[in-house]
Design a binder for this molecule. Structure first.
Ligand SMILES: Cc1ncc(COP(=O)(O)O)c(C=O)c1O
Length: 408
């Protein structure tokens, strides 16, 4: 009989990880996985990007030590990511008002950011979109922060319901964190416009709110520059902000755990003080970030030819997802006889949310061997030219019929 563990109620399993395990265990040959959030190519693989492989070869030949790097990690990596996010001409960077830390993935950056939020405001709450990526909810719970939701999608227009979002955010208190997703919102694929980003920047500055921008799909929506324009508009409008950046998707470095947390402050002195807290939090949580992924990214972004090869491959991935969106919309329209799937083509990145209730997603899995989470989110990159028509055929009955009449 244990003194502590016997009283511990087990946590429910992570739904998405559970879905992945169920997919692996499913013996049906025709099974299709649209659940897990990783990029896949036409063959259903998640290959190592060519530039990454080449950078690794260089690193293998040139690396001379595995000694500790320090809590900030690879500073060339930090500078290169900063430049991609803030732009080469950024005033904040030129003024010494930005500091960055390499982190274990985007999740590591979000974790440090949210712990840091507790240092700037002990009572600060976290505002996230409804819906949002489930791990945002988990992060708030695990760090003991209260999570508040703001409205996000206008079901009628399929765009961001900005008036409703702002109505909710007007309830935020000074010191609260406003968590905003950068390009390619997970799970909806519906993004803020640059004007809305700028407005949010002014609003956060006026209300003394701290924006935390989660950039996990840079380059997957409108390309590297187009995707970051809105984030820059916010950063220009607000003195203080944080950006959590993930290289998992756009460099395909998932398991290398490669991310970056950037802190912008109103003055160099503030940023220097903030950096001591970020270092403190990193030291306690994991001491130092993993170095390999950051070294790969620094190598790619620091070399013209590798950078070009990476960008070309990223462009091809984006074009593939866009073409799959178009094919899926056309196939769903053909299967259902409805004309309301065009919004799929206006959405960005890897995800879209289909109008399927949680219990219907379960039916789709059992009856059609198509795996998607209860939110109805589909991974567009999980489709292929070969499967897209078949997926539309399998999903169509569930999308047209009301839930209780759905049939296999
Ligand atoms: C919205 C969002 N933020 C952050 C991340 C961070 O991912 P990672 O920790 O693997 O870099 C992800 C990954 O799925 C995501 O979807």
């Amino acid at each position: 009989m244990s003194a502590f563990l016997s009283g511990l109620a087990p946590r429910p399993a992570d739904a998405l990880l559970g879905l992945m395990a169920a997919f692996r265990a499913d013996p049906r040959e025709a099974k299709i996985d649209l659940g897990v959030g990783i990029y896949r190519d036409e063959a259903g693989e998640t290959p190592i990007m060519t530039a990454v492989k080449q950078a690794e070869e260089r690193l293998l030949a040139s690396e001379t030590t595995k000694a500790y790097e320090g809590p900030q990690g690879n500073t060339d990596f930090c500078a290169a990511i900063e430049e991609m996010v803030f732009g080469a001409q950024s005033e904040a960077r030129n003024d010494g008002r930005v500091v960055s830390f390499a982190t274990p993935g985007g999740c590591g950056a979000l974790f440090v950011a949210i712990m840091f939020a507790g240092r700037i405001s002990a009572e600060g709450r976290i505002w996230a979109s409804d819906p949002t990526w489930p791990n945002h909810v988990n992060l708030a719970r695990s760090t003991g922060r209260e999570l508040k939701s703001y409205s996000y999608v206008d079901a009628e227009t399929g765009a961001v319901d900005f008036p409703a979002m702002m109505d909710d955010l007007r309830e935020a208190r000074p010191g609260d964190i406003v968590l905003l997703q950068g390009p390619c919102h997970n799970p909806t694929g519906i993004d803020l416009t640059p004007e809305q980003w700028a407005y949010l920047g002014d609003f956060c500055a006026g209300q003394l709110l701290m924006p935390l921008v989660d950039v996990a799909y840079h380059g997957f929506g409108a390309g590297l520059e187009g995707d970051i324009a809105g984030v820059r508009a916010l950063l220009d409008a607000v003195p203080e902000a944080m950006v959590a950046y993930s290289c998992s998707k756009n460099f395909g470095l998932y398991r290398e755990r490669t991310g970056c947390l950037m802190l912008q402050g109103g003055a160099p002195r503030d940023v220097a003080a903030g950096a001591t807290h970020l270092a403190d939090i990193a030291r306690a949580a994991y001491s130092m970030p993993p170095s390999h992924g950051a070294a790969i990214v620094a190598t790619i972004l620091g070399d013209g030819a590798l950078r070009k090869a990476w960008q070309d491959e990223l462009d091809a991935m984006r074009a593939r997802m866009q073409s799959l969106r178009e094919k899926l919309a056309a196939a769903l329209e053909a299967e259902t006889g409805r004309d309301d799937f065009a919004s799929l083509t206006a959405q960005n990145g890897m995800f879209s949310q289909l109008p399927l209730a949680p219990q219907i997603t379960e039916l789709v899995r059992l009856q059609q061997a198509v795996y998607l989470p209860a939110s109805g989110r589909i991974n567009i990159a999980g489709l292929s030219d070969e499967t897209v028509a078949e997926v539309a055929r399998r999903l169509a009955p569930y999308l047209t019929a009301p839930p209780e009449e759905a049939e296999g």
